[in-house]
Design a protein. Structure first.
Length: 267
């Protein structure tokens, strides 16, 4: 019973945080690019089907901090990423689909996921996927200005991941809820991390209002673009059910899947 209440409290906090943060990030914004000082990552889709969206900052501005939101627009490549706040039975179907398509992905995990689903984390590593840092407690990192506090959130994930798998965590960081500050980007860079935002996401995190297959395809097929860094949530029942077909449809559109190391140059 105690474990249930711990899970319930964490899941509730995680969902509320997601709703507050991502509700901003997946809604269309003005085509005008906002300044890098913005604390909520957001996208603007104004270029039509197949066009890369604009973000709060340009790719060149983010590159100063080893940060990314999109890859090159010259090749039909997709970078698959999943945010993992807690396990509710949908991650393994996602892994099954990725394995079927030989598609590499990066899973951004928090402390609770590592604690509660170590066997799934081991499977991620064993099947060649990258596991990145989504912080231990999933706080609003834009409010953390103390380097020691920031570093603790990051190191706690890396240490537990190593304890579980015997491997080093990928030096990839995704700010919880897409909330960030320039100081955050600098601190992550100084710790050796590359920060990853996204260029395609949809409202898939609400467990009480999951999108239909048709709604998911409308967003994920209609807005796919060369160099897309796709953010999906491993908690989504819809994602678990449609991923195999979604990957097939993207392949039929001429896309291939590559790891984030294709962007950072690391292996």
């Amino acid at each position: 019973m105690k474990k249930f209440w711990i899970f319930f409290v964490f899941a509730t906090m995680f969902f509320l945080g997601r709703f507050a943060g991502y509700a901003v990030s997946v809604v269309e914004t003005s085509a005008e690019v906002r300044t890098l000082s913005s604390e909520n990552w957001g996208l603007g889709f104004s270029g039509g089907e197949g066009a890369q969206p604009t973000g709060n900052a340009t790719a060149d501005e983010l590159a100063e901090y080893n940060a990314y939101y999109v890859g090159s627009g010259e090749e039909k490549v997709i970078y698959l990423t999943f945010d993992c706040g807690y396990e509710n039975g949908n991650t393994e179907p996602i892994l099954d689909a990725l394995k079927k398509h030989n598609a590499p992905a990066t899973f951004f995990v928090v402390g609770h996921f590592l604690e509660s689903a170590p066997e799934i984390v081991k499977r991620m590593a064993e099947e060649g996927h990258s596991v990145g840092n989504h912080t231990y407690h999933h706080p609003d990192m834009s409010k953390i200005s103390d380097r020691k506090d920031f570093q603790k959130e990051m190191e706690s994930v890396a240490e537990l991941y190593h304890e579980i798998t015997g491997k080093e965590l990928a030096m990839y960081y995704r700010p919880p809820q897409g909330k960030y500050s320039v100081e955050n980007l600098k601190m992550a860079q100084e710790l050796g991390y590359s920060t990853f935002f996204w260029s395609l996401a949809y409202v898939d995190w609400n467990q009480d209002d999951q999108p239909t297959k048709e709604e998911a395809f409308e967003k994920l097929l209609g807005r796919i673009h060369p160099g897309a860094i796709v953010l999906l949530h491993s908690t989504s029942k819809t994602n678990g059910e449609i991923l195999d077909e979604l990957l097939t449809k993207w392949e039929e559109m001429g896309y291939e899947f590559r790891p984030l190391s294709d962007l950072t140059g690391s292996r």
